[in-house]
Ligand binder design. Structure first.
Ligand SMILES: NC(=O)CC[C@H](N)C(=O)O
Length: 331
C-alpha cells in the first residue's frame, strides 16, 4: 500500500521545548528543537507516511502575529497545490494554536488535511506528550477521513475543529476542548474516528484570499469587567484600529461607562463586534444592545480572539456592517 506524503511545518512551541531536567514541566524553554529532531524522535512516523520537514519559523506561540500567519498560510497553500503533498502537519505552541487554526481554516483553499499539533510537556519531560501527538497528527493528515473537514487540531487523542477549539487549562494534557459543541472525534489504534463536523464555511468554501496581502487591518480586543473604563478602547481607536472586538460580560453586555465611546468609535467608521467573555453561547443580536440602531455586529458563538481573526479578514473585503454580520453567521 502506498503511503501518503505528509509535510511537517514546524513553528516552535512546547512540542519543540527543552527543560533542565526530566521533571521540568514548567519553567522550560519553548521552541528549541528543530524539525528534523522532532521527526527523528518518532521513528514510527515512517510506517504511516512519507514525512518531510520544514522549519517555517521557531517561536513560542505567545509571539504569534499577523505576519507569521500570512507567511504560514501562503506556504500551506503553495504546498497543498503540489500533487506530491497529500496533507500538512503544523507543530505549534499551544497558547495560540486555536487562533492559527482558525486563521488557516479561513485562508487555506484546499480539501487536503491540515492538522495543527502541539504538546503540553517539553520534549525532555517524563511522559512527554509531543511524540504521540505528532504521530497522531501525521496519521490524521495522511488519512482519507480528514479530507474536507477543515483545519483540525489534535492533542491528547482527540480531534477538534479550528472554529470551536479552545485552550481551557493552563497546564494539563487535556487542555484542548470544544466546550459546548463537542470535539469531532478520536484517534485510537492508529485510526481516526469522526463523529461530527462543522456546518460553517471553511477552506474551499471560504471567500478570503490573502495571497496578495502583506498586512491585515488592525483589530483589537477590549475585555469587559465590573467598573470597566473606556481608556483602552479609546487608545486603540486613537492608534488607528479599524475594528474592535468587545468581549463583554454575559451576553456581550455594554457597561454604561464604555457604551458612549463604542458609539463614538462606530461613528468614526470603526467596526464594533460584540462578543462575550463567557466562552460559550450565542451573543444575541439586538439582545443586550440595540445593534440595529448602534450599527454593531455580533460575534455569534466565536470567542473574542477568533472574532478578531474573522473581523480582520472580513475587513479585507468590506466595511459594510450588514455584510460583516452575514460573514459572522456563515463562518
Ligand atoms: N504548551 C505550550 O506549547 C506553551 C508554550 C508556549 N507558551 C507556546 O505557546 O509556544
Amino acid at each position: 500500500q502506498k503511503l501518503p506524503n505528509v509535510m511537517i511545518l514546524a513553528t516552535g512551541g512546547t512540542i519543540a521545548g527543552t527543560g533542565a531536567t526530566s521533571t521540568t514541566t514548567v519553567g522550560y524553554t519553548a521552541a528549541k528543537i528543530g524539525v528534523e529532531a522532532l521527526i527523528d524522535a518518532v521513528p514510527e512516523l515512517k510506517k504511516v507516511a512519507n514525512v518531510k520537514g520544514e522549519q517555517v519559523f521557531q517561536i513560542a506561540s505567545e509571539n504569534m502575529n499577523n505576519d507569521y500567519w500570512l507567511k504560514l498560510s501562503k506556504r500551506v497553500n503553495t504546498l497543498l497545490a503540489q500533487s506530491d503533498v497529500d496533507g500538512i502537519v503544523i507543530t505549534h505552541g499551544t497558547d495560540t494554536i486555536e487562533e492559527t487554526a482558525y486563521f488557516l481554516d479561513l485562508t487555506v483553499h484546499s480539501k487536503k488535511p491540515v492538522v495543527i499539533v502541539g504538546a503540553m510537556r517539553p520534549s525532555t519531560a517524563i511522559s512527554a506528550d509531543g511524540p504521540i501527538n505528532l504521530y497522531n497528527a501525521v496519521l490524521l493528515a495522511g488519512s482519507q477521513e480528514a479530507i474536507g473537514k477543515g483545519v483540525l487540531v489534535t492533542l491528547n487523542d482527540q480531534i477538534n475543529a479550528a472554529r470551536e477549539v479552545t485552550k481551557t487549562n493552563t497546564s494539563t494534557l487535556d487542555t484542548f476542548k470544544t466546550p459546548e459543541l463537542g470535539f469531532l472525534g478520536y484517534i485510537q489504534g492508529s485510526k481516526p474516528f469522526f463523529y461530527r463536523q462543522s456546518t460553517r464555511k471553511h477552506t474551499v468554501d471560504s471567500e478570503f484570499d490573502i495571497s496578495k496581502l502583506d498586512v491585515l487591518p488592525q483589530v483589537d480586543i477590549v475585555y469587559g469587567y465590573a467598573n470597566m473604563n473606556p481608556i483602552a478602547l479609546n487608545a486603540f481607536v486613537a492608534a488607528g484600529a479599524k475594528g474592535i472586538i468587545h468581549a463583554g460580560v454575559g451576553d456581550g453586555s455594554l457597561n454604561n461607562m464604555v457604551a458612549p465611546s463604542l458609539t463614538e468609535a462606530r461613528k468614526k467608521g470603526v467596526v464594533i463586534v460584540r462578543a462575550s467573555r463567557v466562552g460559550q453561547g450565542i451573543v444575541a443580536r439586538n439582545g443586550e444592545a440595540d445593534d440595529d440602531k448602534l450599527d454593531f455586529v455580533v460575534s455569534d458563538t466565536l470567542n473574542a480572539q477568533k472574532a478578531r481573526i474573522l473581523l480582520m479578514l472580513a475587513l479585507t473585503k468590506t466595511s459594510d456592517t450588514k455584510e460583516i454580520q452575514k460573514i459572522f453567521y456563515s463562518y
